[in-house]
Design a protein around this ligand. Structure first.
Ligand code: C2E
Ligand code: MG
Ligand code: MG
Ligand code: MG
Length: 286
């Protein structure tokens, strides 16, 4: 009996692996078609200044709608694209679309908005990355101060020398850099001394339960204090409640992003939001 169960277990295991591998293969194939089939789009999630509640910019988030399947989450396809290297192409598509969008918003209330674009560590392996970004800025006449790049911690841990060189080039060109998902990646903080970063984004996992979890509050307070002592600004991710916003503001957190303020919006909805704001300075860069 035990043997049969064991065999069954093994059988289920291989079927499971096989199904998973097939699904990934299929997803990879679909994703390779996505650009040509016009299935990709950008969503924009506003960031706010916690004190004034003014909008200070927006994060660019990739969206994939496949008519046969509906929306497929970036949490599912970005890691796959990173493994296969397709992220290099997708990532450049995102930068191109973002620049094109900025040029379309010229002369509107979104004229000077600053957009934050996620850059994967894999994209930094592309020796031509900085050159390609520079070309897009020229093509769409976008000033570098309108773009910021969000990097995750592995960028500062792996391929340090070449990554450092690329990031310094981006800084020289006038872009801002921030660290995304801060606190969930690596325990080493030494890189903060060496890399030209301007902002830390506290990961949502520390924010979501801060009202009931004292450890999360301790970590948040420590990150804010450390960041400010290093002259970095702090953005909290995933703020969903007024109580979370109030706590973060009291602790001196500079900015926040989350469903409490706005969900990631398609461009026309961001445009509507911007034109509905009375204050002409809102949604301009902070
Ligand atoms: P991220 O860069 O940390 O982006 C924040 C994620 O949190 C987004 O998920 C956003 O929709 C979600 N979010 C924002 N506010 C809230 C909130 O109040 N509550 C909750 N529960 N979630 C909130 P999304 O759009 O699904 O993206 C997931 C991840 O996929 C991103 O995490 C980023 O790592 C990656 N990603 C998305 N677009 C791109 C891209 O263009 N390039 C690269 N390399 N990665 C991307
Ligand atoms: Mg991000
Ligand atoms: Mg993040
Ligand atoms: Mg995050």
């Amino acid at each position: 009996r035990a043997k049969a169960a064991g065999r069954n277990g093994y059988h289920f295991y291989t079927t499971g692996m096989h199904a998973e591998a097939l699904k990934r293969l299929e997803l990879d194939r679909w994703l390779r078609e996505a650009i040509e089939r016009n299935e990709l789009s950008l969503a924009f999630q506003p960031k706010v200044n916690l004190k004034t509640r003014d909008y200070t910019g927006a994060e660019v988030l990739l969206r994939w709608y496949r008519p046969e399947q509906g929306f497929i989450s970036p949490a599912e396809f970005i890691p796959l694209a990173e493994e296969t290297g397709l992220i290099k192409e997708l990532g450049m598509w995102v930068v191109r679309r973002a620049c094109q969008q900025l040029s379309e918003w010229r002369g509107t209330p979104l004229s000077h908005i600053r957009l934050a674009i996620n850059l994967s560590a894999i994209q930094l392996e592309d020796k031509e990355l900085v050159h390609k970004i520079d070309n897009l800025l020229r093509e769409f006449d976008v000033p570098p101060r309108q773009l910021e790049f969000e990097l995750t911690e592995e960028v500062f841990i792996q391929n340090i020398e070449s990554n450092m060189a690329h990031l310094n080039e981006l800084i020289k060109m006038g872009f801002r850099l921030s660290i995304d998902d801060f606190g969930v990646g690596y325990s080493s903080l030494a890189y903060l001394k060496h890399f030209p970063i301007s902002c830390i984004k506290i990961d949502r996992s520390f924010v979501s339960q801060l009202e009931t979890n004292a450890d999360d509050r301790v970590i948040i307070n420590a990150v804010i204090a450390m960041a400010h002592n290093l002259n970095l600004s702090v953005v909290a991710e995933g703020v969903e409640t007024e109580a979370q916003a109030a706590y973060l503001q009291k602790q001196g957190c500079d900015e926040a992003q989350g469903y409490l303020f706005a969900k990631p919006l398609p461009p026309d909805q961001l445009y509507k939001l911007a034109t509905s704001l009375r204050n002409g300075t809102s949604l301009q860069q902070g």
